[in-house]
Ligand binder design. Structure first.
Ligand code: IPE
Ligand code: IPE
Ligand code: MG
Length: 250
């Protein structure tokens, strides 16, 4: 059993292309295998009882990829979401997304909205796909929102706090991720959860995403379990002090 389960796990699913290339396949094949892995990890997250799981699925920068790869990724997303919606319902998973989904092709957007609608009353794990998501864009939009309120005299500049900015983010329904996993070895955020990652534990594994197993997920969770999250304090401050005895009080 994994004690002290992180509440919110976020994954930067990277390495589909390299996985495929190493096997002499096209990048597309890597994405197919990657999508199957996402299904397995989602189901395991729900089985373990995670409160939230967020998957970085398509970044604002991924539009720079070749057109045929983008088209393939969108088609894959639509097909898999359609196929898996039944399982999400069965597993009591609530599906949602962050990012500017209005830029997605209409048929993908329709599927996203349908899956969202059909799972909205589920009370189990919150599954979020970051789709056309960029951390900087999310912060800019939140700031625009606050600025608009200040302009309309609904908010004073003094009321702009870390909390009000967090609340203005699209991901405000999620608590900050406790653990961010990145597969395939690179230690960067690639514009993911810039604001929310302030105190996240970061777990990087060399395993390519299509090879990432439930066992690898357990390893990441165990590594999280071993870390001491100090949030600026000292180690000693985290150990509960014994209550003062009568002697000490006197
Ligand atoms: C992750 O794998 C999938 C997406 C970013 C959509 P990549 O496609 O980035 O794989 P590599 O990094 O080229 O190996
Ligand atoms: C990050 O992976 C985005 C997703 C996993 C969706 P990338 O492969 O796009 O990141 P970079 O370009 O290597 O930083
Ligand atoms: Mg990559």
């Amino acid at each position: 059993m994994i004690l002290k389960l992180p509440k919110h796990v976020a994954i930067i699913m990277d390495g589909n292309g390299r996985w495929a290339k190493a096997r002499g396949h096209s990048r597309f094949f890597g994405h197919i295998r990657g999508a199957s892995k996402a299904k397995k990890i989602i189901e395991e997250g729900a089985r373990l009882g995670l409160d939230s799981l967020t998957l970085f699925t398509f970044s604002t920068e991924n539009w720079k990829r070749p057109q045929d790869e983008i088209r393939f990724l969108m088609l894959l997303l639509k097909k898999r979401l359609k196929r898996e919606t039944r399982n999400l319902i069965k597993n009591n998973i609530r599906f949602d997304c962050i990012g500017d989904i209005s830029r997605l092709p209409v048929s993908v957007l329709e599927q996203v909205q349908e899956t969202r609608m059909l799972t909205k009353d589920n009370t189990g794990m919150k599954l979020t796909f970051a789709l056309n998501y960029g951390g900087r864009q999310e912060i800019v939009n939140a700031v625009k929102n606050l600025a608009e309120k200040v302009k309309n005299a609904k908010l004073s500049p003094d009321d702009i706090t870390e909390e009000s900015l967090s609340d203005a983010l699209q991901s405000s329904y999620l608590q900050d991720p406790d653990l961010i996993i990145r597969t395939s070895g690179e230690s960067r955020l690639s514009n993911f959860f810039l604001w929310q990652a302030a105190y996240s534990e970061f777990y990087v594994t060399p395993v390519y995403w299509p090879d990432f197993t439930t066992e690898n997920l357990h390893q990441a969770l165990k590594s999280f379990q071993k870390t001491e999250r100090r949030f600026g304090k000292t180690s000693e401050q985290l150990v509960p002090m014994p209550l003062p005895t009568q002697e000490m009080v006197r």
